[in-house]
Design a protein around this ligand. Structure first.
Ligand SMILES: [Fe+2]
Length: 170
């Protein structure tokens, strides 16, 4: 059993996209998978450790974010599988591949958890958004649609979280 990550089109599929397209899409999908799994961990860290006057509201908001992240991760992983490529979602791979900033274990003020979760959501959304054109250029309409939907839903959750912060000057 190999621990190294060298993704390949290792599973047979009757999907008629070229093997190189399927592999290229699966590489993107696995990159985003690591981000979204990291988002789930960071949102739970915030959910467990939030304190202060807005505890209940933020505790629930962060839990909802974690639940959504699990669903998005599942869709990304299963699209890689459909394309004949392994999904890689172990802790070891997440730690190596995620592009999210590291989350703190504790913070000094409640608002800092809002910033942590907002940053994680934004990193996930912006990286997925940047992959939409690549999927479109590769003529993989299903991956294009998946990334577009997930980006839209992540943008919406980011709006929910950012709206708990005082408006900042543009
Ligand atoms: Fe909980």
């Amino acid at each position: 059993m190999s621990k190294k990550s060298e993704l390949s089109t290792q599973f047979h599929t009757r999907i008629d996209l070229p093997a190189e397209t399927r592999l290229a899409m699966a590489v993107l999908l696995n990159e985003r998978l690591a981000d979204f799994l990291d988002l789930e961990r960071q949102a739970k860290q915030a959910h467990w450790n939030i304190r202060g006057a807005r505890f209940q509201q933020l505790h629930e908001l962060f839990d909802a974010t974690a639940t959504l992240a699990v669903g998005w991760s599942d869709q990304l992983a299963e699209r890689a599988g459909q394309l004949g490529v392994a999904a890689e979602g172990t802790l070891e791979v997440i730690a190596k591949r995620s592009r999210l900033a590291k989350a703190p274990l504790t913070v000094d003020r409640a608002d800092q958890w809002v910033h942590v979760v907002a940053e994680a959501l934004a990193s996930c959304a912006n990286a997925a958004r940047a992959n939409i054109d690549a999927a479109d250029d590769a003529d993989d309409a299903i991956t294009t649609d998946l990334l577009t939907r997930i980006t839209g839903e992540t943008d919406k959750q980011l709006w929910f979280v950012e709206s708990h912060l005082e408006p900042e000057p543009k």
